[in-house]
Write a protein that binds this ligand. Structure first.
Ligand code: CA
Length: 364
């Protein structure tokens, strides 16, 4: 009896320990799914991420010609599909380059495309973006709709009894609006349909366009009777990530105010968190012996916001010189810079790192 009791106690202790680890506030976000291992944003990459034990899985949202939401990183199709072979004439020219825009294709047409690991065209040849990843144009993948992905994650939540969250991004709302589409409204309606309506629900909604993030917070949420956690993504102005119309012309949105004093307080008026680029937190000039850490995390935390930087990659050349390894980079960001979560293409490594680090911190 005594032995049984102590066994029970031991079991309780073990349970407690895992609960404490699970209770850690630091999170792992699967960036485009487990995209380091399988073509980005495919359902296969999402299912893989799910079973790696991540907290959140990311969806980038883009609209089709027939107003369906699909999960795609770019608002064009040519980097990750065979669209140029299947629809050779259906491109637009942007700055002299041919681009096949998702918004010019129906969902049925997009579903007819083969999805592959991403590539760039060089001298007429397709060169894989990350050469060490899943081989190009092998096996069989397709572009999922947002709804299919929500059903996948909620289905797995039911069958496993877990509650893995979603992390959708509204892509280029300024572009969709210019094409006569309100992508934010469509995304919110879909989220509402699947039961994501409050800040307690396991969802972060993210957007690079500050005008749109503010609009979602101040206009669309009240209008739809919902209130989700919102994350303001931060870009460098020079990337032309967000455009806005001034005097009838599109000009790059100027992000400079976010880096100035009081910038985080202004974001906190409408958002619950920020998604900065890694070098905005730890400067690239940093060395092993001297990290140059900006005030952004401290300022964001002071203003009650969470910080989820992007993107943690394991591929050649993607680990900055100030970090000894991928895990060292995670250690610097999670525990020295004190971020609340990371976007990573290799979520298994981040999940394992956090688990180990938490056990160590508890002396287990
Ligand atoms: Ca994204």
């Amino acid at each position: 009896m005594k032995k049984l009791l102590s066994l029970c106690l031991l079991a309780i202790m073990v349970l407690d320990a895992s609960a404490a680890v699970a209770g850690s506030n630091k999170i792992v976000i699967a960036h485009r799914g487990a995209s380091g291992y399988l073509p980005e944003h495919t359902l296969e990459a999402k299912a893989a991420a799910y079973f790696m034990g991540v907290d959140y899985i990311e969806q980038d949202l883009v609209m089709t010609k027939d107003d369906k939401l699909v999960v795609l990183h770019d608002h064009y199709l040519d980097r990750i599909t065979d669209v140029m072979e299947k629809f050779p004439k259906r491109f637009r020219k942007v700055n002299g380059e041919k681009r096949w825009f998702a918004i010019d294709f129906t969902l049925a047409e997009i579903k007819s495309l083969k999805v592959t690991e991403g590539f760039n065209i060089k001298d007429g040849k397709k060169i894989q973006g990350f050469s060490g990843r899943f081989p190009m144009f092998s096996s069989s993948f397709e572009v999922p709709t947002f709804e299919e992905e929500l059903q996948l994650i909620q289905g797995l939540n039911k069958s496993t009894g877990k509650n893995v969250g979603i992390y959708p991004e509204i892509k280029a709302p300024w572009f969709h609006r210019a094409e006569g589409k309100d992508i934010s409204m469509a995304a919110l309606n879909m989220l509402k349909k699947y039961g994501y309506t409050t800040k307690q629900d396991k969802v972060y909604l993210q957007c690079f366009d500050p005008n749109e993030t503010r609009r979602i917070s101040k206009e669309l949420f009240p209008k739809l009777g919902m209130q989700l956690k919102l994350v303001q993504l931060i870009a460098e102005t020079s990337w032309n990530e967000t455009m806005e119309k001034k005097n009838g012309k599109f000009v790059p949105y100027n992000y400079d105010w976010m880096f100035e004093k009081g910038g985080m307080a202004r974001i906190a008026e409408y958002a619950d968190g920020i998604g900065p680029w890694k070098p905005m937190l730890v400067k690239n000039e940093s060395t092993r012996s001297k990290l140059i850490i900006t005030n952004m995390v401290k300022d964001a935390h002071t203003n009650g916001m969470e910080v989820h930087p992007y993107t943690f990659r394991l591929d050649n050349g993607r680990i900055p010189p100030y970090a000894a390894s991928f895990e060292d980079m995670l250690d610097i960001f999670y525990y020295t810079v004190d971020v609340d979560g990371v976007f990573t293409d290799f979520p298994d490594r981040a999940v394992n790192f956090l688990r180990r680090a938490e056990y160590q911190r508890q002396g287990l």
